[in-house]
Write a protein that binds this ligand. Structure first.
Ligand code: P5A
Length: 429
């Protein structure tokens, strides 16, 4: 992709409205623009990151046996009256009326809708267990939208819903999502902490939040420092993590006795990027989802719901991975693999080599953002550092004469001069 044909509006100054570094960098690096309080347009570079995050989440959901569908953003009020949440949800719910006077709402979550769809679509207990998920925009009229996409009013969520015939099955579905979450965050290069959580307006008896540790996080956490030592690649990691203590400060203060010895108790701030709930028959009973079981007796399925804040993750990843020059994308979610800088777009020899590097890296499976603009070298390097692509390749007149280009690793600053062949051997996918 040629930068001269792309849309990447970078900002030189740090916007005064942005309080935290991820929000500042998302605006400066041309990832998003605010359209209204808590509502953002995703610009091309930001959209690529959001799509890469979504792809990883989708892959791990499918691997865990969940099946994708897509429910609408707009929901009828009637559904929420059936569960009793229409009034309970309060002013956070955006309520609308259509031309016929029918009451609608912009969905803040989908427990009611998915339960009604399963109720109307399933005839036999043999069709369960079932976990459905979708990736859809939500709206919550947060009283204080802030920190950019981290606490938006409109935001993108992956939400999954499990339906099981009995308690053991329901716990296995919860466990499968728990494991999928650990895999999902590890695949993004993140260490996420599972935290025992209160269930709030979603309801239920068992719940975990997943937090990324960052000093600007909104939650204060107490946890067993042994968590920092767990190897996330270890297949037993979920079991080990389940056994270790982690709690929000408020919950910790309520706990009669902390099971963690003082010298092992760590205290840090976290960003909640995922939240899972087991709530049993709360919505299935309210919406009349019931099936005749094998012995003829009626079964009311046991359910859970499982959310990941996809748009919030973009900000959270930046909070966890940046330096003074800009964003440092983990390879797995970077919007492009390689930033290619042609220092002399007016020189036909440099341009021919830069074009060849772009073509060959692309053929080798790498995505390339090629800065072919006629700007000072310093400005081009600063832009590349700001947008944080994992690799930068520079083509300039000195190198061309010697048959080499320069490769720089964004995360470490390490540089190497290489022939184009060696470059391909090194970073061709
Ligand atoms: C679980 C899935 C739910 O809504 N119902 C369906 C359950 N849980 S939750 O905790 O309320 O939200 C799930 C995740 O969504 C992200 N999130 C937000 N992201 C950006 N801006 C917001 N205002 C916002 N609210 C929630 C969080 O990552 C949360 O864990």
């Amino acid at each position: 992709m040629r930068l001269s044909r792309y849309f990447l509006p970078l900002l030189k100054e740090t916007p005064a409205t942005a309080e935290i570094v991820s929000h500042q960098l998302m605006l400066r690096a041309g990832l998003v623009r605010q359209v209204a309080a808590g509502i953002y347009a995703w610009l091309p570079l930001g959209l690529k990151v959001l799509q890469r995050i979504t792809d990883i989440v989708r892959r791990e959901q499918e691997r865990a046996g969940a099946v994708e569908m897509l429910m609408p953003t707009i929901q009828p009020a009637e559904l929420w009256r059936e569960s009793g949440r229409y009034d309970a949800y309060g002013p956070e719910m955006l309520r609308l009326t259509d031309r016929r006077g029918r009451e609608l709402l912009y969905g803040p979550t989908n427990e009611e809708m998915v339960t009604a769809i399963v109720r109307d679509g399933i005839r036999s207990y043999r069709e369960l267990p079932l976990t459905l998920f979708h990736v859809q925009w939500k709206f919550r009229d947060e009283i204080r939208p802030r920190f950019g996409v981290m606490r938006g009013r409109e935001f993108l969520m992956k939400d999954a819903y499990s339906f099981d015939l009995d308690e053991a099955g329901a716990r296995a579905s919860y466990e499968a999502q728990f494991l999928a979450y650990l895999r999902t965050f590890a695949a993004m290069g993140l260490r996420a902490l599972p935290v025992r959580a209160p269930t709030g307006p979603i309801g239920g008896e068992l719940s975990h939040e997943f937090h990324i540790l960052a000093d600007t996080g909104e939650s204060e956490l107490f946890y067993d420092a042994a968590i920092d030592e767990v190897d996330l690649a270890d297949p037993d990691a979920p079991q080990r993590l389940r056994g270790l203590y982690a709690m929000e400060a408020e919950e910790h203060a309520r706990a009669a006795r902390c099971p963690v010895p003082a010298e092992r108790l760590a205290r840090r701030r976290g960003i909640e990027v995922g939240h899972i709930f087991f709530f049993g028959t709360k919505y299935s009973a309210a919406l009349g989802l019931a099936l005749p079981g094998p012995d003829g007796r009626t079964i009311t399925p046991l359910c859970g719901s499982y959310g990941i804040g996809l748009s919030r993750l973009v900000g959270a990843i930046i909070e966890a991975s940046h330096d003074s020059a800009g964003i440092v994308w983990p390879d797995a979610v970077a919007p492009f693999d390689v930033g290619l800088v042609n220092l002399r777009p007016d020189d036909p020899v440099c341009t021919a080599l830069a074009d060849e590097v772009e073509r060959r890296l692309t053929a080798a499976g790498r995505s390339v953002l090629h800065d072919d603009r006629d700007l000072r070298a310093g400005e081009k390097f600063a832009s590349m550092d700001l947008i944080g692509l994992p690799w930068m390749v520079t083509v300039g007149p000195k190198g061309v004469a010697a048959g080499v280009v320069e490769l720089k690793r964004r995360a470490t600053g390490e540089r190497h001069e290489l022939s184009v062949e060696s470059l391909l051997a090194r970073i061709g996918a």
